[in-house]
Design a protein around this ligand. Structure first.
Ligand SMILES: Nc1ncnc2c1ncn2[C@@H]1O[C@H](COP(=O)(O)OP(=O)(O)O)[C@@H](O)[C@H]1O
Ligand SMILES: [Mg+2]
Length: 274
């Protein structure tokens, strides 16, 4: 056994001291575990996720990235047999508080999925739907304003302004994904969760989404799951590496990719595991 192996420290000691340049974290996870029936999929994950910044979750398939992401807006509630332990707080409010309105929570913490999933409605209605059900627009003009601004923020407006009343499903994959981002933005979220948002897209559409993520970070807390280490390195300021349901290491992206502390992180980023 090598010296480094004998000195291997428990996971909780590998978490780095906070980056003094990082934005403050309003979103915090504390000892989060997830069970699917008898099977534990996530073990004691604690992490601070800074605002106005992109955090990337990386790790081999099945390591629990999506499971953890879904904890953050309580999407696991919708999975039969799933149980979450531990605490997640946004501005010190426990997201698992019994009295919390989950529909409202999912407006504050929006989600974008791997496969673009526009509603079978017009481009306009896709974006207008959330503001309507949340009563965010006082008038028709108000609603139009929200739709247009959201499409602009998602970098889609110029491409679709002449066909707002045509089906969202008629757009290209990359445009559909930006439509889904506009739909999330329309309800005024603070946090946007993205689960492999580019994995169904071609390289050009991927580059456009990555640029968009970089722009959006000045206004939102963004968390992206990606199987692409290049993507994590390009878009994120913080990276968290997961393996077999555990958070192995987290820290400033540059440090994780150039100078990881843990051998398992090193093995993953150099392609030895995964
Ligand atoms: N709905 C589910 N029911 C049962 N097991 C699940 C469910 N979703 C995920 N799992 C299991 O939890 C583990 C973590 O999965 P997941 O979070 O999807 O990983 P990742 O996103 O990193 O690929 C895997 O072993 C997976 O099989
Ligand atoms: Mg996943």
């Amino acid at each position: 056994m090598s010296a480094t192996e004998t000195q291997a420290s428990p996971v909780h000691q590998t978490v780095r001291t906070p980056d003094p340049n990082a934005h403050p974290a309003r979103l915090k996870a504390d000892a989060v575990s997830v069970f699917y029936g008898e099977k534990q999929a996530l073990f004691d994950v604690s992490i601070d996720l800074p605002e106005k910044s992109v955090s990337a979750f990386i790790g081999p398939s099945g390591c629990g990235k999506s499971t953890f992401l879904r904890c953050i807006n309580r999407m696991n509630d919708t999975i039969e047999g799933a149980r979450v332990a531990g605490k997640i707080t946004l501005d010190d409010h426990n997201l698992y508080d019994q009295s919390l309105d989950v529909v409202e929570l999912r407006a504050r913490i929006g989600m974008v999925f791997q496969k673009p999933n526009p509603f079978p409605k017009s481009i306009f209605e896709n974006v207008a739907y959330g503001p309507k059900i949340h009563g965010l627009a006082r008038s028709k003009a108000d609603l139009e304003e929200i739709v247009i601004t959201s499409l602009q923020k998602a970098g889609l407006f110029e491409e679709v302004k002449d066909r707002l009343h045509q089906p969202g499903t008629g757009l290209s994959g990359g445009q559909q994904q930006r439509l889904c981002i506009a739909r999330a933005i329309a309800v005024g979220p603070e946090v946007i969760l993205m689960d492999e948002p580019c994995s169904a897209l071609d390289p050009i559409a991927t580059a456009i989404i990555e640029e968009l993520i970089d722009e959006l970070r000045s206004n939102y807390t963004i968390i992206i799951v990606t199987h692409s280490m290049q993507q994590a390195a390009r878009v994120s300021q913080k990276t968290a590496f997961f393996h077999l349901g555990k958070l192995i290491e987290e820290g400033p992206t540059e440090e994780i990719f150039t100078n990881p502390r843990e051998k398992r992180t090193q093995d993953y980023i150099t392609g030895r595991i995964g």
